[in-house]
Design a protein around this ligand. Sequence first.
Ligand code: NDP
Ligand code: 2IT
Length: 444
Amino acid sequence: MGYIDEVIAQVIEKNPAQPEFHQAVKEVLESLRVVVEANEEVYKREALLERMVQPERQFVFRVPWVDDQGQVQVNTGMRVQFNGAIGPYKGGLRFHPSVNLGIIKFLGFEQTFKNSLTGLPMGGGKGGADFDPKGKSDREIMAFCQSFMTELSKYIGADTDVPAGDIGVGAREIGYLFGQYKRIASKYEGVLTGKGLSYGGSLVRTQATGYGLLYLTDELLKLNNISLAGKTVAVSGSGNVAIYATEKAIELGAKVVTASDSKGWIYDPEGIDLEVLKEIKEVKRERILEYTKYRPNAQYHEGKGVWSVKVDIALPCATQNELHLEDAKQLVSNGCIAVCEGANMPTTLEATKYLQENKVIFAPGKAANAGGVATSGLEMAQNSGRISWTAEEVDEKLKNIMINITHNISDAAERYGAKGNYVLGANIAGFEKVADAMLAQGVC
Ligand code: NDP
Ligand code: 2IT
């Protein structure tokens, strides 16, 4: 058994019942074969891969809170500080009933390479809780966030570990979390990103993941001599990433025809009405079903189905493993030319392989959705400097970062004889900097 296979086997053995973590490790390590084989002696002696697949530390804690009926509820909170070789741990918090340690570890592992790709000094971390924000009152959300932060505050800090949002954690939650941190730590510091503009947030952070996804998609298409303008696009999800991906796709001249949530999906052949989508999801926090009330020509379907629509480009922006082999086959038979991941690991390993074999341009999440954390890095820089940049300045920096990532992943793929394999390119480009820093810092 080669070194990589040994490490994968160990990860599976030592982390039972964490399939998403196994999947993320396999995806990364298998595409690093060329690099690892060229440096096998050093990497093995230094146990580089064994260290890379093990979080530096992880915290799991009780989160008790009182609901509106006076009933005490208990959730499980966690924070995984995965890799701090190139900067303070950085990564989002996810509040969703499906959260468990395996999910947070997969996200923290991915985050390490994603953050490296941004070119900014940020290590990898992730956290969250199995709390379901759906249907909760504002007071309940605040009570939960305050209890969660009471524990989390012991482990984080502006130069230590800087959380942000992810599924179920947006501006409202970040506000409550920040307020509680400030009370406990007696410090006004940039300990979270995605903050409101009145208390240290950065312009464009809300839009950044979706916008960044489109900047990368546009540049990747250009590298392949294809224009984004005039293309039809399927977007899944209707949260932060999906909404601003839709906004930028429209701005760049494409037509987005789908949106979804965990209950169902809509097809609007005339193109998604962005204002309606924002009203339903950002203001009223309703189900996507409501869309047809505003747009009677749109169709609503229960369950999954976004990938059955005939489109040129697919942008999965909801959650992990939402695009399966059958979906990939459907997209290919409908003539889809590109799949770029707004979500983290939305495409299964089998589906990714099928898309690549069928010459679909495929951009993995760690590159394609890096605009969110990159702009978090810009928020940290503004907080440290006690300054704020204009929207144009932040957007310009974000765009440059995404264009650089596009070229870096493309060049890395080419360098290793795998032109057009952006999975391999992203993993290698992300890995190289982290590996170099870890080796330089000795055994730690
Ligand atoms: P939001 O909570 O704003 O939106 C999530 C969307 O995905 C909602 O439409 C939600 O539907 C849907 N969804 C979530 N879980 C499931 C599920 N299990 N099955 C079906 N649909 C689901 O989250 P974000 O938009 O912030 O995050 C979306 C993805 O992007 C995640 O993978 C996240 O990790 C990734 N990401 C986010 C970044 C950010 O800056 N926010 C940065 C980089 C990546 P419903 O409301 O019905 O649950
Ligand atoms: O997955 C991600 O990159 C995020 N949820 C954003 C993390 C961040 O720190 O901005």
